[in-house]
Design a protein around this ligand. Sequence first.
Ligand code: PEP
Length: 255
Amino acid sequence: MVERRRLVAGNWKMNGRKAGGVALARDLAERCTSAEALPAEVVVCPPATLIWPVAEAVAGSPLLVGGQDCHAAETGAFTGSVAAAMLAEAGCQYVIVGHSERRRDHGETNADVAAKGRAAVAAGMAPIVCIGESADERDRGEAVAVVCAQLTASLDGLLDRKPTSIRPVVAYEPIWAIGTGRSATPGEIAEMHARIRAHLAVLGGDAQAMRILYGGSVNAGNAAEILALSDVDGALVGGASLKSGDFWCIVTAIS
Ligand code: PEP
């Protein structure tokens, strides 16, 4: 049985300026450093301009840094985009790809997401691949089918079993639960995570070794119950990652 190290990642989205972002990251890095036993890998994903100063501020601490998106290409005429290798050079070990806000606002397809994930791995970072159904899809009883189809296409080329390869992380984020204050219920989360793990095995992934995070209105109050579910290997946290105390409560909710 492979031990899956828990992972709690904070997605700051388009929030924060240099002074506040660095202070938040420093505070978390100190909490991670002084924790007797850190129950999870802890990652912050600041906006692109803050990655470099945040990574410098927390260097040498257990706090890790991630990007919120990367381009699939190595270089080129892609105004406004950031390549995976640029993120890695700035100090990122992880990068979120396929967040529903990117899929919605930038028309990203599953194929785009898979290409970004492959670029991340090529640059030495683990992609956190986001998937999740809309409220309408859930109401129509299509949630599992939609999520499995997203998994299949968004992980294309990412499930190489070579021991040296970097394993992608999956983040199940039902769109209707993101930023709404309405988390999925423990029953809904448990069912979907079990389905995702079963589907990863069908796809030929090392399903027992892969981490599946839940995201969608995780907060200090509901984290313990969600993180205790057997196929939940951690959380991707938006709003509650912007306050050190709240985010830390989520990390320490892992029993
Ligand atoms: C997210 O944006 O990935 C997210 C889970 O946001 P929130 O925690 O605010 O719902």
